[in-house]
Design a protein around this ligand. Structure first.
Ligand code: GDP
Ligand code: IMO
Ligand code: MG
Length: 428
């Protein structure tokens, strides 16, 4: 395969960053195709920790990196991230990083609207990252977004901003936030145009050329299937399509040929923010998973909710994304559990379900059928050879393979890049 699409098969934070970094060894280019700096992808290389939100995880290996049109871009967040990553010795220049000229921008009024809506007392609270993601995507489909290419056209920029503010100012007034003058935003954007200009390109043409040359392209998804705007646990989702078919739309390749979709899957389950979570363990088991797995949000530092692996949701995700193989991560977090549970079906209002019914709310009591597997009580942390795993750990991995019917391509046993067991290279 010359193209690998990496997606999160759960509610995000499955370990996509680590796996993308590992796979990028074999890639000629790495592409982000949706989301924004709500993502937090962690890489650990020789004990050095890199936290990436906008930069594709291939940058650390110096691989050509692309931010596609499907991303929403906060220029100030990008500048900060480039500074932080450069300080760790990664040189990020226009030869390494290209950003699509049609990428919509996240501006100050998007961040402020996101926060104001989350702080209101009535209605549904989503528990967003507060980064302005939802409002920026709303402006994109509302055809009033400011795109990267717009900021260099001084003649038309002010008009475009006034058009956006024609929508935003009445909302701000209604929410009790001060209205904005267009000149303010124009000045903010002018102050960033010199910094960003060298990175701005037509990337779809470049990527199609790479595909035609049979180069290896790695598409790096953010969030996870259950946070997808169409297929996730709506309305407790992010505002983009996070599934594999977005890779083509969000980069401009159209039909991605010869591709392998790799679903990154945590050996248990976590979720940040509000929304249904059938296998959540709001008890000492969840606490233990959270402590051992260090389950705190990479972006907001919020405590992640923890629970057992949910095969129903995993199979749903695999079907929707056309997952060919899984990378199973954080197996080591289960090392000290006597018994490990896995949910295999749901019952709701007397009816059995092999998928999550879309009307389930956080308060709904869903009956869960679990199977219980014996733990292994031995450290697997850092294990690099499947044969060296304790037999119950091997059994757990094999049971997951059988229950899902999906091959396991990679197994991760610690945050460190090389603590990874390969069964099948998705690029081969
Ligand atoms: P992403 O958003 O999917 O890239 O995942 P995050 O980086 O937000 O969260 C995953 C966390 O788990 C990070 O702190 C990783 O360093 C860590 N991690 C990844 N793989 C493993 C693993 O196999 N074992 C352990 N213990 N930690 C891991
Ligand atoms: P990575 O790429 C986990 C969640 C937020 C919230 C919901 C909507 O690191 O896996 P948003 O700010 O996107 O409007 O928030 O989505 N969320 C994530 N949860 N991992 C992420 O990204 C997430 N990005 C957004 O917590 O529930
Ligand atoms: Mg994350």
């Amino acid at each position: 395969m010359s193209n690998v699409i990496v997606i999160g098969s759960q509610w995000g934070d499955e370990g996509k960053g680590k796996i993308v970094d590992w796979l990028s060894n074999k890639a000629d280019a790495v592409v982000r195709f949706q989301g924004g700096h709500n993502a937090g992808h962690t890489l650990v290389v020789n004990e050095e920790v890199y936290k990436l939100s906008l930069l594709p995880s291939g940058v650390v290996r110096g691989k050509k990196s692309y931010i596609g049109n499907g991303v929403v871009l906060d220029l100030w967040a990008l500048a900060e991230e480039i500074k932080t990553i450069s300080a760790k010795g990664v040189n990020i220049d226009q030869n390494l990083l290209s950003i699509s000229e049609t990428t919509p921008l996240i501006l100050s009024y998007h961040r402020e609207l996101d926060t104001a809506r989350e702080h209101k007392l009535q209605g549904i609270k989503i528990g967003t990252t507060g980064r302005g993601i939802g409002p920026a995507y709303e402006d994109k489909v509302g055809r009033r977004a400011i795109r990267l290419c717009d900021i260099f056209d001084i003649k038309t920029l002010k008009n475009k901003i006034e058009n956006a503010l024609f929508h935003h100012n009445p909302i701000r007034k209604g929410l009790g936030i001060e209205e904005i003058q267009s000149d303010n935003i124009v000045n903010q954007l002018h102050s960033m145009s010199g910094f960003i200009k060298p990175f701005v390109k037509n990337i779809w043409k470049e990527l199609i050329d790479l595909q035609n040359e049979k180069k290896n392209i790695l598409f790096e998804g953010a969030q996870g299937t259950m946070l997808d705007i169409d297929h996730g646990t709506y309305p407790f989702v992010t505002s983009s399509n996070t599934i594999s078919s977005q890779a083509g739309i969000g980069s401009g390749i159209g039909m991605i040929q010869n591709s392998y979709t790799l679903g990154i899957t945590k050996a248990y389950l976590t979720r940040v923010g509000e929304g249904p979570f059938p296998t959540e363990q709001d008890n000492s088991i969840g606490e233990k998973l959270g402590t051992l797995g260090n389950e705190f949000g990479t972006v907001t530092g919020r405590k992640r909710r923890c629970g057992w692996l949910d095969i129903v949701l995993l199979k749903q995700s695999a079907d929707i994304c056309g997952i060919h193989g899984m990378a199973l991560t954080k197996l080591d977090v289960l090392d000290s559990f006597e018994k490990i549970r896995v949910c295999i079906s749901y019952k709701y209002n007397g009816k059995k379900y092999d998928y999550l019914p879309p009307t389930i709310t956080p308060a709904d009591e869903l009956e869960k059928e679990y199977i219980e597997i014996d733990g292994w009580n031995t450290s697997t942390k850092g294990c690099r050879n499947f044969e060296d795993l304790p037999s119950n750990a091997k059994k757990y991995v094999n049971i997951l393979k059988e229950l899902t019917g999906i091959e396991i391509s990679l197994l991760s046993t610690s945050p460190e890049r090389e603590d990874t067991i390969l069964f099948k290279n998705p690029f081969s």
